[in-house]
Design a protein around this ligand. Sequence first.
Ligand code: PLP
Length: 454
Amino acid sequence: MKGKAVITHTEGESNRSAARRDWAARHSDAATQRLLSRDSDVFLHQSLSSPCVSTIVRAEGIWIEDTAGRRYMDFHGNSVHHIGYGHPRLIAAIKAQLDDLSFAPRRFTNEIAVELAETLAEIAPGDLGKVLFTTGGSDANEVALKIARAATGRFKTLSFWDAFHGAGFGAASVGGEATFRSHVAGPLLPGAEHVAPFNCYHCAYGHSGPEHCALACAKMVDYVLEREGDVAALIAEPMRAVPVVPPPGFWKAVRDACDRRGTLLILDEIPTGLGKTGRMYAFEHDGVVPDIVTMGKALGGGILPIAAVVARRDLDVCGDFAIGHYTHEKNPVTARAALTTIAIIRDEGLVERSAELGAHALDRLASLAAQSPFVGDIRGRGLMFGVEIVEDKAGRIPSRDRAERIYYRCLEAGLSFKISAGSVLTLSPPLTIAKADLDRALTIVETAILAETP
Ligand SMILES: Cc1ncc(COP(=O)(O)O)c(C=O)c1O
């Protein structure tokens, strides 16, 4: 390939790493090897996907099982498995829906799609009440951007470096990770401005913590919106799934800045929505309401792909344009999956459960931080939390090799998760997890980290 670039991956445990190849070689029986090799032969290779680390034959509750019969608690699940894999109530509802009405061609609406839109409007705060469905989250964000263009008559956007909003050209334009926006992805949308994000542990403005910064990151948002003068929308994740938690007051300050500058606030709740952070929406922790919210991932119950845009009612301004003309826009089966998923989350009290278990996990990890010189930071909300592995606490320098060793020890012990931002053990279990299983997983993480201590 011409002009081969050096690419810094924001996720650790890359599929090009020697450790992954080594792990796959040591743990793969002949059947696994054959499937991995067929996968590698037939799929286009891309970073963070094929070639894969392992194979899977079963996904049930919090568990995934590989071809060799090894079982792992899945603390990643692409953020789709809030209700656990294969929830029996969801499977039954999807089966019944298949028998009842399996598709709706465009121009014909149906009871299930309407009921889902009404339910999303009901659970959303403020005046968020107009809905459009897409198949994936990237598309939902692009629909939101088009609404903002139509509503404001402007085209520019402001978003954050390091953000992720999807892989489409529009979503990648507002994203802030080189993996998705640089090299083969460009040229991207014009007018997509970026600023440094909130990230108190690695503050781009050089502050050591939120007590010292007077919200420099939020002030920069205001500065750019004012200087640019005609930004249609600010799009952001209310809390990054990496995870990175906003400092107190950040979103209120940004909401005010958007209001002062006539800029719409779009919050991307694709991984965080539906209770993952201990509130139905992550933005509820910060006392703001966006103009548009996007959701996806867990909305399909970990089985079917469906995403949604929920906009303020007065932003219904695109009646003369096609802003999201998707084939499966009102698919009754995906809509049924979403409706049932929301019902399960409500009936089983999963939002409250996430808050409670998440607080317990953070408590346990805080005592681990005191014992290990390599735990730089513990952060998260609800059942979306992480442990940042560093060379030493004072320098806050990410330790990729150490994080990768810890990751493979955990995998060996039956716990699967993702490393983010090079060295953050990113732990995101289903909200249905039993406390005993959560404790078991935390013990695996603690043991794997403490094995690093000389
Ligand atoms: C914050 C955020 N936005 C958007 C997306 C894109 O969603 P999808 O993969 O369904 O297009 C993701 C997926 O990881 C995400 O985490």
